[in-house]
Design a protein around this ligand. Structure first.
Ligand code: NAP
Length: 215
């Protein structure tokens, strides 16, 4: 796996963020989350990892992976701390987070601290994820939430596993998390503008390729 780290150069990174998501489409909530995580957790870089074949979703309902990849590429292009990986896109089999994190863990030989950044709602069902205990031994989670999100939901859902898991999960409050990919898709389908909700380059890509015109 070859990843270019624009700001890190040839130095060994000490902490990296893996930004996992479907990105259908990517929007400013994702970008603000990644930048905030980078600053708060002193990350050397954030690697966006668009999901190829997410195990918990019906892939036929997702936008073509190459469109999701190109939109993500356009969105991260002007941040020197951001890059992206095709690690999940180039596989046909389900993209389990454990397999992705393990590859990065082995690449850095356990020397770089790994944070998996994603939405808090995705983390809610973490105990159903493949090999979640091993996953939590290799990385911590940064879970983006709306301000005021309470841990109660997580506590109820995780039950006895809560106390084992919670030390590995950092909640990160992001005001822009009120924006969601679903919101953007619905707006495009309704013929409404998505200006400022995603970078202009992504907005233009969506119109040019007539994505999301029918929900
Ligand atoms: P999802 O279930 O569609 O998303 C749940 C919520 O989290 C949505 O509100 C979503 O908003 C938000 N979200 C997702 N990714 C985010 C990110 N990087 N930053 C901020 N908010 C985010 O989530 P998903 O995108 O399909 O999956 C998230 C990640 O978890 C992926 O990397 C996926 O592969 C992984 N995952 C792994 C397993 C497993 O290994 N078994 C199971 C489930 C998920 P938006 O819709 O606006 O993005």
């Amino acid at each position: 796996m070859s990843i270019h780290f624009p700001k890190v150069g040839h130095k060994e990174p000490k902490a990296i963020g893996l930004m996992g998501g479907t990105f259908d489409p990517i929007h400013i909530g994702h970008l603000v989350t990644a930048e905030e995580a980078r600053q708060q957790f002193n990350l050397d870089c954030v690697i966006f990892i668009p999901a190829g074949n997410p195990p918990h979703k019906n892939s036929s309902k997702l936008t073509d992976r190459e469109h999701r990849y190109l939109m993500t590429l356009l969105a991260v292009a002007n941040n020197p701390y951001f890059t992206l990986s095709r690690i999940e896109l180039d596989k046909e089999e389900p993209s389990y987070t454990i397999d992705t994190v393990r590859e990065f863990y082995q690449k850095f030989q356990g020397k770089a601290k790994i944070y998996f950044i994603t939405g808090a709602d995705a983390v809610l069902d973490i105990i159903t994820w493949k090999d979640y205990r091993e996953l939590l031994s290799m990385c911590s989670f940064i879970a983006a939430t709306r301000p005021g999100y309470s841990l109660t939901k997580l506590k109820v859902l995780l039950g006895p596993a809560f106390s084992e898991i919670i030390p590995r999960i950092h909640l990160l409050e992001i005001p822009a998390m009120a924006i969601s990919s679903t919101y953007l898709r619905r707006k495009v389908a309704a013929g409404k503008t998505i200006k400022y909700l995603t970078p202009a380059s992504v907005e233009q890509y969506i119109y040019k390729n007539r994505l999301y015109h029918q929900e």
